[in-house]
Design a binder for this molecule. Structure first.
Ligand code: MRU
Length: 348
């Protein structure tokens, strides 16, 4: 259905083969991770990135550790230290820990990692189907960062919605913003959607407000790294700005994420740890200096969008509707509603 001709992560016993996302779009190169340290560094360097993809990769990393009779506590600790924001990493490692802590074998761990991978693929398909319903024929859709097949097991989240809408014959036009500083939009979303033959136009991040002023954008859809109980969304830096602009222009701003991105332990987005990355990512573009050497830099990799700016959250369990907190409680079921009701989103 998707036309997707690549996989970001491939597993066979002893090796995780990763499509090296640092090389895209110039080179379609694969790297092989054979040790936990290889896996940890691949996640840190963004060889593999995107919330579900790093969870899946870390899960396979634990299988490598078990196959090599490594200290599983140490492997788990190393992988948890790689990137702090996407909850999928911790969610996947928690699932793996439930197997190895009770003495599960390497084969049992491989089964669990494969289940995490396959369940993510199913979630992406479901998100695509549910999300495509809210995309009108002829829609001009903005997306930020890369929430595509590169960031998941397959299809993506925000890009699954776009792919399924396209496959259903809806005439859609996509705008991908560059997503400074690491350019996931320019390098990765453009690469994926062009490969699929979907109508996509690259725009500088700073052009979004102007395109809205020109009435060129009908809605925006992005992925997520962590969704709090009240519906606040942590996602790639710049998402908050896009959401704010959509709100100011009275256009819908949608988020698409699998249930594994929901973190019911957080009341709201303020408690999300925001990764601060290497200043060189801002001082340089792919090795070429764009600021004076030694320029002081801030490089937060994520931001938090308040639930009240999100028009709908599409998950594999269903859509929340505009009241994200209530929708999340409903989708979570009795386990959630037995607890204190989540507070309404607060301004921050
Ligand atoms: O730093 P990255 O590239 O890992 O950030 C990725 C994002 O913010 C994505 O939007 C998010 O993980 C959702 S991917 C389906």
């Amino acid at each position: 259905m998707s036309g997707q001709s690549f996989r970001a992560i491939q597993w066979r016993s002893g090796t995780i083969t990763l499509l090296d996302q640092t090389q895209l779009p110039n080179r379609e190169a694969y790297v092989e991770a054979r040790t936990v340290e290889d896996v940890a560094q691949a996640i840190e360097r963004l060889v593999v990135r995107g919330a579900p993809a790093i969870g899946i990769t870390a899960a396979y990393g634990m299988v490598l550790a078990a196959e090599q009779s490594e200290d599983l506590e140490a492997a788990d600790r190393r992988l948890r230290r790689t990137r702090p924001t996407a909850v999928n990493l911790f969610w996947a490692l928690d699932r793996m820990a439930r197997v190895w802590r009770v003495g599960g074998s390497a084969a049992e761990l491989a089964d669990e990692a494969t289940r995490i991978d396959e369940e993510d693929a199913a979630s992406c398909r479901r998100i695509g189907e549910l999300g495509a319903e809210i995309i009108p024929d002829g829609a001009r859709i903005l997306t930020h960062c890369n929430a595509g097949a590169l960031a998941t097991s397959e299809l993506g989240t925000a890009l699954a919605v776009i792919r399924v809408a396209h496959a259903r014959g809806k005439r859609i036009q996509v705008f991908a913003d560059e997503t400074r500083p690491v350019l996931q939009g320019a390098r990765l979303t453009m690469w994926e959607l062009m490969k699929d033959g979907i109508d996509v136009t690259l725009v500088p991040d700073v052009a979004v407000a102007h395109l809205l002023y020109e009435e060129q954008i009908d809605c925006a859809i992005v992925g997520a790294d962590r969704v709090a109980k009240n519906g606040d969304v942590a996602n790639k830096i710049g998402t908050r700005g896009v959401a704010c602009l959509m709100c100011a222009h009275e256009k819908p701003f949608y988020v698409a994420a699998p249930w594994s991105t929901f973190d019911p332990s957080l009341e709201d987005g303020r408690a999300v740890e925001i990764e601060e990355r290497n200043p060189e990512e801002v001082r340089q573009i792919r090795g070429v200096a764009i600021a004076p050497e030694g320029a002081r830099v801030r490089n937060p990799a994520f931001d938090v969008t308040p639930a009240r700016w999100v028009s709908d959250l599409v998950t594999d369990r269903g859509r929340t509707g505009a009241d994200l907190a209530a929708g999340l409680a409903r989708l979570m079921g009795p386990e959630f509603s037995e607890r204190t009701p989540p507070p309404r989103s607060v301004a921050h």
